[in-house]
Structure formats: C-alpha cells, structure tokens
Design a protein around this ligand. Structure first.
Ligand SMILES: [Zn+2]
Length: 260
C-alpha cells in the first residue's frame, strides 16, 4: 500500500474499541515537484545570477538554534526574508553521511525501506575518506563550471561540535556579521544550517536531545529581489513544515544551478 503522506499515524483497536497500540511512522513521500518560473527582469540585469552562501554550524539543531541564536535568527527573518525549515532530518550519524548527501547528493550507507513497502537503497559511494573529491560533482565545482559569481561554504565546528552551550556566546557575533554584510547577502541565496544535532556534552537519554540530534538547523534567505515572489514564497512556506533531508538541500542547490 502506498500512502501519499510523509507522516502516518496508526492505531490498533481491541474488539471492545479500546486502543491497544498506536505509532507515528515517517517516510519521505516522493511526489511531483512544483516548479517556479522566475521573471529575470526582477534581477539586476547582467548580474542576475545570485551568489550562494552556505554557513554550516556543525552539530547545531533546529530548536537549539532557536534557543542559542535568537537575535541572529530574528534578524534573518525580519530583515533578510529568512525562513526556518522545522523538519530537516539527518541522513546519518555524524558529519560524513550528511555532507555527502548535501554536497554531492550521494548516499554512503544502504537504507532498508521494507517498512514503507519500497526497494532498499544501495550506497552511491562507500569509500569515504579515501581521496580527494575534486573530480567528483561536488556542488561548488558545478557552480564553478557555470561561472556563478561566488559560492561560499563556511563550516564552523569550534563553537558547537564538542559542547552545545558555547553556541550562546556567538549570537551577537553572527548578528554583527550578517548586519555588516547585508548588502552583499541581499544578492545571495543564504543557507544557515547544521549537519546533525548535538552529539556530545548532552545527557544522551534526555528526550529533547534524542529529538534534536536528528533535526539539524535549516534557515534559508532568498536574494532580495525574490522575497516578494508569491509562488516561490508559498512553496517555501509549504516546505518549511515538511519532512526534509540533506538530499532535499542538494536538490535545491541543483535547481539553483539551473537558474540562468
Ligand atoms: Zn558534524
């Protein structure tokens, strides 16, 4: 049976009508993608193609960022049209599987999908840490080929990898950075995100940590000239409350590659 939803709640009843079991099942429903036509006259002529800026905060979850970076996220949302994507789910335990998915669209582990009546998924690549990836289709190399003005990938570990609490101390610094560089970032697709949630320094049995470890931060700001695009904003708002993975982030980056 195929169910065209990401989240399915099941309940089993006894003969006298009492619930004897209930569970929430999750899957990624592969539906038809929506497409958006962008009026190029909205851009600034020859400099139509926006930059791509990705700031990855290692081990930072969605709700942790809400607690630790309130001024930064508030500024992105109120001054830069930022949108918070609440249900990004990691695809593997640590950095590697999530980075491969996000930057190459590659799966490095197999996946058993019998529970959702689908074929098992095989790894696209299983020799991680075995050489440079320069000749592989890493997403920023693909942007380089078409001459995107700038592709910035900043992957920060110091403030958040080993312990979750120091992230609080960076809120003002990140706010200052975005304020100082607003004019540049107004012509960019800006991704502020995690790769997975906090893995160290938290009570691993705490219910909140069990949820946060799977749910990395994803915050996207559009270039200024697209922030009033009705259909695009509607699509983003719908996706902001859907179950997503880093494969969706990669698919988005591939889509942006096609903007000409
Ligand atoms: Zn990581």
């Amino acid at each position: 049976m195929q169910i065209d939803q990401d989240i399915v709640k099941t309940e089993c009843y006894s003969k006298d009508g009492k619930i004897v079991d209930q569970w929430l099942h999750t899957q990624i429903y592969e539906g038809n993608p929506s497409t958006v036509e962008v009026d190029k006259s909205l851009g600034n002529g020859t400099n139509f193609r926006p930059d791509i800026v990705m700031i990855v905060l290692d081990s930072v979850s969605s709700t942790q960022a809400r607690r630790s970076l309130p001024r930064t996220l508030s500024y992105l949302e109120t001054q830069m049209g930022g949108m918070h994507f609440h249900h990004l789910n990691k695809v593997g335990e640590n950095t590697s599987p999530n980075a491969y998915a996000m930057l190459l669209g590659w799966r490095i582990y197999s996946a058993n999908r019998k529970a959702v009546n689908a074929k098992d998924l095989r790894p696209d690549h299983d020799k991680i840490c075995s050489g440079w990836r320069d000749k592989d289709p890493v997403i920023f190399r693909e942007y380089e080929k078409i001459g995107i003005p700038k592709f910035l990938l900043h992957w920060s570990c110091e403030a958040s990898h080993d312990l979750p609490n120091p992230l609080y101390h960076t809120d003002q610094d990140y706010l200052n950075f975005f304020q100082k560089n607003k004019a540049i970032l107004d012509n960019a697709f800006l991704f502020v995100m995690g790769d997975h949630g906090p893995r160290f320094g938290t009570p691993s049995k705490a219910e909140l940590n069990k949820r946060e470890i799977n749910n990395p931060l994803l915050h996207i700001s559009l270039p200024k000239f697209l922030r009033n695009h009705t259909q695009l904003i509607k699509n983003l708002q719908e996706n902001s409350i859907r179950l997503l993975t880093q494969f969706d982030v990669h698919a988005t980056l591939v889509d942006l590659l096609k903007v000409r």
